[in-house]
Design a protein. Structure first.
Length: 316
């Protein structure tokens, strides 16, 4: 069974993360299977979670300004598009001056199908089931001469990266672009701790279900025997690092088998598995990060109600 697991990236990463000495980890990208993506969509509707609404408000308010900053003949690609809900204002504004060509990139087939169904009336939609960089590489290969590529990376997903890894990722995006191409980057900004804690530990328990679904996914796909009732969702705020951390805490001392990863793992009572970091930014930090990765800041728009920034970075 372990030999078979070597050919399964999910199994390899689960094995590596749960075998770590010290803090056990699981990669946050695996939170977003079809069920996880649906749960995250529900999170975006929670009154405590203002990030998604702020993201949408900024885009809605400044879609016209965005187009004025860009040259003609735009091709749009979105990293981690989900169902493409926030992208509508951008595509509608683009459609007022040219034909729309949109490449949503996501790992969730269900989200891509809904995206194509919902946005197909706005132009040509070509869903790509792939990771961020593999999908963007495919889009870059399809572009016609003279087209300017606008890449959307919304929702502050960049905040899930460690700071150095975030800059490295933006640099990897830059290497797939041509000078003059643009990246619209969404970033959640630093705000009061109480506001952040409520957003990531909602009283209805949707965020907890989203986090716990990662263990359920291991059970489903890797023949694990996690008892979800013996784990709980917890969050921590690291002020110096400007980040919320999501963990899954073992309620009791227990042993869990993950047969699809050739793994048996011991948990102490109150031991946690670190599943996701959500870094928050100050506006000036975004400019520095973009410049280091090979972009210049063309424009930045901030929502005043829930501090959130959309930054237009142009490849140099």
């Amino acid at each position: 069974m372990y030999a078979e697991a070597l050919d399964n990236e999910f199994a390899r990463e689960v094995r590596a993360g749960l075998m770590r000495s010290g803090q056990k980890t699981l990669p946050c990208c695996y939170l977003y299977d079809d069920l996880g993506s649906a749960l995250f969509e529900a999170i975006t509707w929670l009154p405590e979670y203002g990030l998604t609404r702020a993201d949408a408000r900024v885009i809605q308010a400044h879609a016209e300004d965005l187009m004025e900053c860009l040259p003609p003949d735009i091709l749009v690609a979105e990293l981690g598009s989900g169902t493409g809900t926030k992208t509508r204002a951008v595509l509608d504004q683009l459609g007022r001056r040219q034909s729309v060509i949109y490449y949503p990139i996501d790992l969730s087939v269900a989200a891509l199908e809904k995206c194509a169904q919902d946005l197909g009336s706005r132009g040509e939609v070509f869903p790509i089931e792939a990771s961020y960089l593999d999908g963007l590489r495919e889009v870059a290969a399809r572009r016609a001469p003279g087209q300017t590529l606008l890449v959307l990376f919304l929702g502050s997903t960049i905040g899930n990266f460690e700071p150095e890894a975030a800059t490295d990722f933006l640099h990897a995006v830059r290497l797939l672009l041509q000078p003059g191409d643009a990246l619209l980057l969404g970033t959640d900004l630093v705000k009061p701790v109480e506001q952040l804690q409520a957003a990531y530990d909602d009283p209805t328990g949707v965020t907890a279900a989203f986090n716990l679904n990662l263990l359920a996914r291991i059970n489903r796909e890797l023949d694990g025997d996690f008892d979800l009732r013996q784990f709980e969702h917890v969050i921590r705020y690291d002020a110096p690092a400007q980040r919320i951390e999501m963990h899954l805490r073992s309620r009791v001392r227990q042993t869990v088998a993950v047969r699809g990863a050739g793994l048996t793992v011991e948990f102490e009572a109150n031991e946690t598995v670190f599943t996701e970091a959500c870094h928050k930014f100050r506006p000036e930090q975004i400019c520095v990060m973009g410049r280091t990765a090979g972009f210049r800041l063309e424009a930045q728009w901030i929502d005043p109600e829930w501090p959130f920034a959309e930054s237009l970075l142009v490849a140099v």
